[in-house]
Ligand binder design. Structure first.
Ligand code: CA2
Length: 147
């Protein structure tokens, strides 16, 4: 059974508590429950983890190697700043899909550039909570095609 890591970065623990106009009203627990259920319905497993600090996210990516078959990663604002996350993704030899709830390209200019997209397999943004289920489908398609 394929195992996916659903990794969320800084401030995503606040989902559903503020800015519902941008991020919707679902909480992180809701997002994680939908992701786990969706993976299960596809015969796979989703394991969820959230951290606010960059180093903990680097550690989570390193630990994914040999444990999971792919990662759906919403790096939050570190997407736009973190070379450390770029290097961690480049170092793990796993498919990583960059995920965003909002359409970052329709927002402030500082959100238009991603430091991690270059080393991700693909990017999904702007579909609200469905960005995660789309990322799961994309990863499972890749994993299946590799068999
Ligand atoms: O759209 C996304 O998923 C983002 O990754 C969310 C990040 C943002 O920095 C990225 O540019 C795009 C921010 C997550 C913060 O989420 C909050 C939710 C509720 C209240 C405050 C922050």
């Amino acid at each position: 059974m394929a195992s996916l890591l659903i990794l969320n970065g800084p401030n995503l623990n606040l989902l559903g508590q503020r800015e519902p106009g941008i991020y919707g009203s679902a909480t992180l627990a809701d997002v994680e429950a939908v992701a786990m259920e969706h993976a299960k319905s596809r015969g796979a497993e989703a394991v969820c983890f959230q951290a606010n600090s960059e180093g903990t996210l680097v550690d989570a990516l390193h630990a994914a190697r040999g444990t999971h078959d792919g990662v759906a990663f919403n790096a939050g604002a570190y997407t736009h700043t973190s070379i450390a996350l770029h290097d961690a993704i480049a170092g793990i030899d796993l498919p990583v899909v960059e995920v965003h709830i909002s359409n970052v390209h329709a927002r402030e200019a500082f959100r238009h550039h991603s430091q991690i997209a270059r080393v991700c397999t693909g990017v999904i943004c702007g579909f609200g909570m469905a960005s995660y289920t789309l990322a799961i489908d994309a990863l499972l398609g890749l994993i299946e095609a590799k068999k």
